[in-house]
Design a protein around this ligand. Structure first.
Ligand code: CTP
Length: 403
């Protein structure tokens, strides 16, 4: 999955022949899963039509401060565009637009939006080779880089003038690759390894029966996705579940029983920076597993159970560099029980689910949790989607490394 997936991209198009390439660029952004809002300078409309970019971006395209066509929404609010975006890209960035950006010459919607944008701004220059080398253009590049804007350098090749040299706007594929590489290099959990347990475990009674629980695995899978989207390499050890995952940074290790989950966790634990135990591990398993299917006979049937190993406790015992997060599912004396678990299992943070909270728990898409850290600082959270809870958990991980 591209790091651009879900990102809100503001594409500012200025008036150069390379503007025709923005059709492919918008297409690539949409294919990567991004949301695209195009703002054009009036001159750029001579090179590519707003209709083309609007159709491809699935959004209206704006180029003036006033919108004559819309009765209700006459005013195109550059401040709103600027706040909406996760990143702004000016492509093609002509010498004229670059100079206006560098000097704050706010005579069109694109520049007003640029001046309002709080997000990272990238620009992909496009012009003839002599213009590209002119001290005035170089001064614009330098000014913009000083502002923290990021240049996607022009490429060499045949230019619209018939001359050949540096100045062609980077090809759309290369712009996308540049943005992806730049965003990935800035992800907060890049180079961090995270072990996550998820789902239920099944403890065999005989070849066809088991003791299990209703855990869907969703919470653990959402944590894995959130961690991977932040750049972490994830080892997701999961019991049987219908959840699916498809992310280059997530390695899924499928297990069935508590013992298999224990073994898999210990295989990877020494190398990880963070471990998060979201699995609903069976606390007990049948002491003897029948080799053949058990036939029904007597009216009563007793299965003797023995304790499984507590995976999270064993991770706590072997803890070195790892930031260790556990879950607690409680029905009474929640806070006190959760605090006791922090100490017993040597945790850094516990995510407490109280079944007394409506909307929390197994087979739900929402969760209401309370964070308690090892100093017993208590932080109750709102009822949220499990994806949002996963993001909150990862924010705790980021805070651990950077605060
Ligand atoms: N856990 C584990 N291995 C087990 C049991 C639990 O790794 N054999 C982990 C869970 O993934 C969870 C945490 O321990 O992160 C707490 O599990 P919970 O069932 O709430 O607590 P228990 O320690 O099993 O205690 P109790 O059932 O008595 O509340």
């Amino acid at each position: 999955m591209s790091v651009l997936s879900g990102k809100r991209i503001l594409l500012g198009v200025s008036g150069g022949i390379a503007a025709y390439k923005t059709a492919s660029l918008v297409r690539l952004f949409i294919k990567a899963g991004a949301h695209v809002q195009v703002i054009m300078t009036p001159a750029s409309k001579d090179f590519v039509t707003p209709l083309t970019l609007s159709t491809l971006s699935k959004n209206p395209v704006y180029s003036t401060f006033f919108n004559e066509d819309e009765e209700d929404e006459k005013w195109n609010n550059h401040v709103e565009f600027g706040l909406w975006a996760d990143l702004m890209l000016v492509a093609p960035a002509t010498a004229n637009t670059l100079s206006k950006m560098a000097n704050g010459t706010c005579d069109n919607l694109l520049i007003a939006t640029y001046l309002s944008a709080k997000c990272p701004v990238y620009f992909a220059p496009a012009m003839d080779l002599d213009m590209y080398k002119h001290p005035s253009t170089i001064a614009s590049f330098q000014a913009l880089e000083q502002f923290g804007n990021i240049m996607i350098p022009a490429e060499s090749g045949e230019l619209a003038s018939g001359l050949s040299g540096e100045g062609r706007m980077a090809e759309p594929e290369n712009i996308v690759a540049f943005l992806e590489a730049d965003l990935e290099s800035k992800l907060p959990l890049k180079e961090k390894k995270i072990l996550i347990t998820a789902g239920p475990t099944y403890e065999a009674i005989d070849p066809v029966r088991f003791i299990g629980n209703h855990s869907s695995g969703k919470m653990g899978f959402d944590i894995a996705k959130s961690a991977a989207n932040l750049g972490a390499s994830v080892i997701l050890v999961s019991g049987p579940t219908h959840c699916v995952v498809n992310h280059v940074l997530i390695q899924l290790v499928k297990v069935t029983s508590a013992q298999e989950m224990y073994d898999a966790c210990h295989q990877y634990y020494a190398d990880v920076d963070v471990a998060i135990a979201a699995a609903a591990v069976a606390d007990y398993r049948p002491k003897n597993v029948a080799n053949q299917k058990i036939k029904k006979a007597a009216d009563n049937f007793v299965i003797e159970l023995e304790k499984t190993k507590d995976i999270l406790s064993s991770l706590g015992e072997n803890k070195k560099q790892q930031f260790l997060i556990g879950f607690a599912l409680e029905t009474e004396n929640e806070i006190e029980n959760a605090k006791a678990k922090i100490q017993k299992k040597n945790l850094d943070l516990i995510v407490l689910n109280s079944l007394q909270d409506e909307g929390a728990g197994f087979q739900k898409t929402t969760n209401k949790v309370t964070f308690i850290d090892k100093d017993f600082k208590i932080e109750p959270m709102e009822l949220k989607s499990k994806e949002a809870v996963a993001d909150d958990i990862l924010n705790k991980v980021i805070a651990h490394f950077y605060e």
